[in-house]
Design a protein around this ligand. Structure first.
Ligand code: ADP
Ligand code: MG
Length: 262
């Protein structure tokens, strides 16, 4: 975990100073599902420690783009480089790179038959070969980080949606990722639970985590993002710091999208 002591709550569009290097480079990336082109020549460079919010209409390719960053989906053209390693079929060490990229989904994707702590320790024990007590210590540390250590013995079905999503975040953090991808993490939640999940994400941002968040929570984007990316039709149509993005969107499609959110 990179810690970033100068990172206070980011103001709108504030630029953080303690950063180094590029975490993710997406260069001229295109992708097709059959004949349908879902990504069109996308370029995006994410600095280490940078917080990106991706928004755009349903079907614009947001999920596909971030799923390409951990190769849950394969791109067909262009280059994606994560922490210095290019992702392509047959890349040696792809699993290792994947471990550096944590992902949180809209639907939590917890294992229903495992309790909270076992959800968190499974990969540590099976993939990382950690001893059970060591894995549990890591799990408890991260459950504390998302403020639900007391739920460790419960099963997912016994938790609220907000709590389940915080478990999913803790589970991802157990792998000590360098980059976190969030795909509409609050879209499946009742309104009263959205804040507790956004608070955890804000805290991660304050700790210096590199984050790419697909979300339509524009309050979060204003407060936390360094950059807001607007996608439509598989393209990045516009990007700017949040202050500019919200007060002075340049493209017609961006304006239309934002006007529908208000
Ligand atoms: P978003 O996350 O912005 O809603 P997606 O990346 O999920 O967009 O999808 C973009 C487009 O690609 C949509 O039209 C969707 O129907 C299509 N699509 C997504 N996944 C697949 C798939 N596995 N096979 C075929 N088409 C897909
Ligand atoms: Mg999506």
């Amino acid at each position: 975990m990179t810690s970033n002591p100068t990172d206070e709550q980011a103001g709108m569009g504030s630029i953080q100073t303690v950063r180094g290097g590029t975490a993710v480079s997406i260069e001229n990336v295109s992708k097709w599902y059959g004949n349908f082109q879902v990504l069109r020549d996308v370029n995006l460079h994410v600095a280490t420690g940078e917080r990106i919010v991706v928004c755009g209409p349903s079907g614009s390719g947001k999920s596909t783009l971030i799923r390409c960053v951990n190769q849950l989906e394969k791109h067909q053209r262009g280059r994606i480089v994560v922490n210095g390693t290019e992702l392509r079929p047959g890349t040696k060490g792809l699993p290792a790179i994947r471990r550096e990229v944590g992902m949180v989904f809209q639907q939590f994707n917890l294992f229903p038959h495992l309790n909270v702590i076992d959800n968190c320790t499974l990969a540590l024990v099976r993939a990382r070969k950690l001893a059970r007590n060591a894995a549990e210590a890591v799990a408890m540390e991260n459950l504390t980080r998302v403020r639900i250590p007391e739920q460790a013995k419960k099963f997912p079905a016994q938790l609220s949606g907000g709590q389940q999503q915080r478990v999913a975040i803790a589970r991802a953090l157990c792998m000590k990722p360098k980059i976190m991808l969030f795909d509409e993490p609050t879209s499946a939640l009742d309104p009263e639970m959205i804040k507790e999940v956004l608070d955890v994400m804000t805290r991660l941002a304050d700790e210096g985590m590199t984050m790419i968040c697909v979300t339509h929570e524009m309050g979060f984007a204003r407060e936390v993002a360094d950059r807001v990316i607007f996608m439509d039709g598989g393209e990045i149509v516009e990007q700017a710091n949040p202050a500019e993005f919200f007060s002075n969107p340049v493209q017609v499609r961006t304006r239309q999208f934002l006007s529908q959110l208000l």
